[in-house]
Design a protein around this ligand. Structure first.
Ligand code: HEC
Ligand SMILES: [Cu+2]
Length: 364
């Protein structure tokens, strides 16, 4: 291979590999089951509108890419140095028609993307498409999500349950730092800003469990601030609401004392499931046993994981805001380390943790 040709052939190889990769891409990518945090398989009106805009921009930029790269490759071949040519090729300067046309083409392209962008923004910022949406007040907290349904006077955490076919209108806020509320397949993100109430809505149509995530860096456990959306049939949703409103099972009453004495009630509610619970320090535990995960989607909700969590929350989630009240550490027989770093796990004997776990397992 001549020395002059080497770069050209290298370039061609890269180009062909990239082109093959691109051809393979649509067939080879995993579906939304393998990549649950995808935005390109939208499931609601709100998400579809973003996808529509994304597709317009995607095809326009793809056409530009192919055009520019095509011309580049053409020029490389057509005007390459041949034989023993020496010196500079013919030099040209300025071409009015060309310059006017690519300026105009750019303006047309930008307008072509600007108009659908404005439409999408109007749509997303506009009122929900239904006169009777299901309202959910969303509060981001370090590091979990609190959900309050005014219609049912019902508070839950991390696992958002909604029916199909009814628009859900969220009022998103935060009580500490800025978080962002996001279910990628359901629609765009919404910042959760303390003192502000940011609306957002979508209409789920498919049943299933969908992943969500805080998307505004909010501290050490930001990446562990997940959430799940459970979309149920309207009948299953009604059954869920009924269950959530049930009082605690009578057999759990005997163990409430341990929960209270361990300081858990300072931050958690297990006796009511209404607005009283809003903005307590920790998630409502009234129906914690009905949830699939604990600690904002970080652990599966099993007795072993519950034990692990209560024993050492900070080990599961760095800086978790679950600390035992300091008074807990001053009793006789308390191991010393807890008095220094007031972490809950160090203060609670194993037997107590077991009792707490069996109490919480009853909460459904
Ligand atoms: C100082 C406040 C505080 C105290 C006291 C406290 N917790 Fe927590 N707890 C929290 C916070 C905050 C979370 C959410 C942590 C996260 O996901 O980042 C939490 C989460 C939990 C969860 C997971 C709930 C879910 O749905 O994700 C359980 C279970 C739990 N706590 C049990 C207990 C028990 C049992 C006690 C008493 C031994 C206790 N907590 C004491 C603040 C507290
Ligand atoms: Cu966050």
């Amino acid at each position: 291979m001549s020395e002059k040709r080497a770069p050209l052939i290298g370039f061609l190889v890269v180009f062909v590999v990239l082109a093959l990769l691109w051809l393979w891409y649509p067939f080879g990518t995993p579906g939304p089951e393998e990549i649950p945090m995808t935005t390109i398989f939208p499931l609601t009106d709100n998400a579809f509108e973003s996808q529509r805009l994304y597709a317009i921009v995607y095809w326009i930029t793809l056409a530009i890419f192919i055009g520019v790269e095509g011309l580049l490759v053409y020029a490389l071949f057509r005007f390459r140095r041949r034989g023993d040519e020496t010196g500079l090729p013919e030099q040209t300067h300025g071409h009015t028609t060309l310059e006017v046309s690519w300026t105009l083409a750019t303006v047309v392209l930008v307008i072509g993307m600007y108009i659908p962008s404005c439409q999408a923004i109007r749509y997303h910022q506009g009122p929900p498409p239904s006169p009777n949406p299901l309202v959910v007040e969303v509060t981001g907290r370090q590091w979990f999500w609190e959900y309050y349904y005014p219609e049912y006077d019902l508070t839950t955490a991390n696992e958002l349950v909604v029916p199909t076919g009814r628009t859900v209108l969220f009022h998103v806020t935060s009580t500490d730092v800025i978080h962002a509320f996001w279910f990628p397949r359901m629609g765009g993100k919404r910042d959760a800003v303390p003192g502000r109430n940011q609306p957002m809505w979508f209409t789920p149509t498919d049943t299933g469990v969908f992943e969500g995530q805080c998307t505004e860096y909010c501290g050490s456990s930001h990446a562990l601030m997940k959430t799940q959306l459970v979309v149920s049939t309207p009948a299953d949703f009604d059954a869920w609401v009924k269950q959530q409103k049930l009082p605690p099972p009578p057999e759990s009453m005997a163990s409430f004392g341990v929960f209270a004495a361990s300081g858990c009630i300072a931050c958690h509610m297990t006796m009511v499931n209404d607005k009283t619970v809003l903005h307590m320090n920790g998630p409502n535990l009234m129906k914690v046993a009905t949830r699939k995960t604990i600690a904002a989607g970080v652990l599966q909700n099993t007795p072993e994981n519950m034990k692990l969590w209560i024993h050492d929350p900070q080990h599961v989630k760095p800086d978790a805001k679950m600390n035992v009240p300091a008074m807990q550490c001053t009793g006789p027989g308390q191991p010393d380390p807890c008095c220094r770093d007031v972490q809950i796990g160090n203060c609670l004997p194993d037997a107590t943790v077991d009792q707490l776990v069996s109490y919480l397992e009853m909460m459904k």
